[in-house]
Design a protein around this ligand. Structure first.
Ligand code: ATP
Ligand code: ATP
Ligand code: MG
Ligand code: MG
Length: 259
């Protein structure tokens, strides 16, 4: 490599290596999706195809980058965790962040037509991103719990809000005032009393958000001469809408945190 007197500018680059032996979480969030969703006429409060598109992009992420072991998404956000021992881009923060954001965004644009065949995309989507390292499994578990609780709170509020606006003809201001200061139980009551709606019967994708991870699935690899199937366990990227707050999920999928 030829040297030059200009080479010293390289030394201005700062080292941004992430702490070793920590879980690397990258969270991305759609920029100005309030407007993006309105321009593209997403259904309120939840456009299921928009969520499926986000999930499909997350699946592509896990298939492309083996160090990502789990991800969780809701609304216009997605969080990806890289395994503790990951040496992806030598754990350089800006590399990991920019690769995640650009690969996800490129997929979002590329896959749009698969999920919205009737709609041309209005506005150019973009996502912001951040990287956070978590030292313990407990911290990481609490991270997912934090996002899923947030999903619940927002979804319950939004469900009430849009029911009042779309089905009761309330203005957005009136709906806001009605919901001001209400607790979880009040909102469940409101949905039941006024709309005969049982919140817990709403689709899990809305209430719980989406998990994308590698699951062990049994696969038939061949058949014996007598016609019996020969099965093998294989890891396959799956989407599921499970509870990540309780122990159950982590006990059933120990390989995620144990690597
Ligand atoms: P990475 O592989 O992580 O992207 P990088 O961005 O530092 O590393 P490259 O993208 O391969 O490196 O190259 C960028 C440019 O910087 C190239 O033109 C290369 O010649 C130059 N370069 C890379 N490392 C040095 C160095 N230590 N000193 C001077 N120039 C360098
Ligand atoms: P910022 O750039 O600060 O993130 P934002 O407008 O994206 O601003 P968020 O807090 O990220 O604000 O909220 C995302 C908004 O996108 C939601 O409030 C909702 O209006 C809309 N949205 C995202 N996904 C969906 C969806 N699947 N269905 C309907 N609306 C959605
Ligand atoms: Mg956003
Ligand atoms: Mg958001």
């Amino acid at each position: 490599m030829a040297n030059s007197k200009y080479e010293y500018v390289k030394s201005f680059e700062v080292v941004d290596k992430l702490l070793p032996n920590t879980w690397i979480v990258v969270r991305i969030d759609g920029r100005n999706f309030h407007r993006f969703s309105a321009e593209n006429e997403f259904e309120k409060p939840n456009d299921v195809q928009a969520l499926n598109l986000m999930n499909s992009c997350a699946v592509a992420m896990l298939e492309e980058f083996p160090d990502i072991i789990f991800s969780y998404g809701v609304s216009d956000e997605y969080s990806f965790v890289f395994k503790r021992t990951s040496q992806f881009y030598e754990r350089r923060s800006s590399k990991i962040l920019s690769i995640t954001v650009s690969f996800f965004t490129a997929n979002y644009v590329m896959k749009w037509k698969d999920f919205f065949p009737q709609k041309d995309m209005r506005l150019v989507p973009s996502f912001d991103g951040r990287v956070v390292c978590y030292p313990s499994n407990e911290n990481l578990r609490h991270y997912w719990a934090w996002r899923q609780v947030d999903c619940h709170i927002n979804n319950q509020y939004n469900t009430c809000f849009w029911m009042l606006v779309l089905n009761k003809g309330k203005t957005k201001k009136e709906a806001q005032d009605i919901l001001k200061g209400t607790q979880t139980q009040d909102k469940n009551e409101l949905l039941f009393q006024q709309f005969g709606m049982n919140y817990s019967n709403l689709p899990a994708i809305f209430r719980k958000g989406s998990c994308v991870f590698k699951n062990k699935v049994e696969e038939i690899v061949k058949h014996t001469e007598s016609g019996d199937p020969v099965k093998r366990l294989r890891k396959k990227v799956v989407v599921s809408h499970c509870d990540v707050i309780e122990d159950r999920f982590w006990k059933d999928h120990p390989w995620i945190l144990d690597e």
